[in-house]
Design a protein around this ligand. Structure first.
Ligand code: PEP
Ligand code: MG
Length: 326
């Protein structure tokens, strides 16, 4: 591969057998959205909405939120923007929403779970997203983080449906959601796998601890098995191929850091994911490597990585088969 890959030109990447893959961006605000659009991202696979809520004593008003979401949507006319509802707690405490005294915040009342006690923060946010989506030309998709049961899915999707929000989906960040993906996906429109948290929870290793970095590695075969299980579950859950233009199954994306690692991106595609969302600067390298493989080759490499004895052995074997740049 050349040292300076071409910039990504957008419109999806085509594998050698003609399979198309959407490459999306992870963003946190309108400035990021502008940069992602300039980098030709095919849309946004993860809009982290926390920026509006952090470092404040009170909840932002619905009007303020609506304006902020509309500003992001304005950069992606006709394209999809997957908005993730507030992911507070654990490493992102919020005085008006989370309990700073929990003994194990990563396993506590975080993200979607905060709506059990204080429902209005989430319903206000959904009102703001729905209003911003109604006045914009972007395709707004909405999903909740830290979903672990079918009841969680039903509860969240119910809130979305009441507001006419569609498509509405879930993040798969817990092993329980991955293992029961067929049942969870049957209740909603799509899933996006958050490999950062899925890795933390699969490996029982705090993602904030540098000393556990070797465990917080999405090449861990156990993590990749759960990504595969999620895709298998999504196929079992069926779906309408015409509904959202992505695939015959309920669409499954990956929006954790793993999606921006070109060799791992090949494995994720081979495991059955339909879109990859990453920091915009990873788009060119991921597109360049994906364009060198067929779906069948990606599936073969996915099997190599899933059945490897260790994360390092899997990664080395996959990388050796690909024209990866250093
Ligand atoms: C993830 O967990 O992989 C994810 C994308 O969400 P965050 O990194 O914001 O927790
Ligand atoms: Mg997460």
């Amino acid at each position: 591969l050349q040292k300076n890959p071409l910039t990504y030109s957008g419109g999806g990447v085509t594998l050698t057998d003609g399979t198309r893959m959407q490459l999306l961006a992870n963003i946190g605000n309108a400035k990021d959205a502008e940069k992602a659009a300039a980098a030709h991202a095919d849309g946004v696979g993860l809009f982290r909405t926390e920026f509006l809520f952090l470092d404040r004593e009170d909840e932002p008003s619905v009007a303020e939120q609506q304006k902020a979401y509309a500003a992001v949507f304005s950069h992606f006319v006709g394209k999809k923007v997957v908005v993730r509802t507030i992911d507070a707690g654990a490493d992102k405490p919020l005085p008006f929403l989370t309990d700073a005294d929990e003994p194990n915040p990563a396993l506590g009342v975080r993200a979607y779970r905060t709506s059990w006690e204080k429902r209005s923060v989430l319903t206000n946010q959904l009102d703001a997203i729905a209003a911003a989506a109604a006045e914009s030309d972007a395709k707004a998709w909405v999903m909740a983080p830290m979903i672990s049961t079918v009841e969680d899915v039903q509860d969240f999707i119910g809130m979305c449906r009441e507001r006419g929000i569609s498509p509405a989906g879930i993040m798969v960040e817990t092993p329980s959601a991955a293992v029961t993906a067929d049942r969870c996906l049957a209740e909603c429109d799509f899933a996006s796998i958050g490999t950062n948290d899925l890795t933390q929870y699969t490996m029982a290793a705090d993602r904030m601890l540098g000393s556990l970095a070797h465990l917080n590695n999405p090449w861990q075969p156990a993590v990749l098995s759960l990504v595969g299980a999620t895709c298998t579950g999504a196929r079992a859950a069926g779906g309408d191929p015409e509904a959202f233009g992505d695939s015959a199954n309920k669409p499954v994306g990956v929006c954790g850091e793993a999606a921006g690692d070109p060799a791992l991106a090949v494995v994720l595609v081979g495991l059955g994911v339909n879109s990859l969302s990453m920091t915009p600067r990873s788009l060119p390298a991921v597109a360049t490597v994906l364009a060198t493989v067929s779906l069948e080759e990606a599936q073969r490499l996915a099997q190599v990585a899933v059945s490897a004895r260790t994360a390092d052995e899997g990664r080395d074997a996959v990388r050796a088969a690909l024209p990866i740049m250093e």
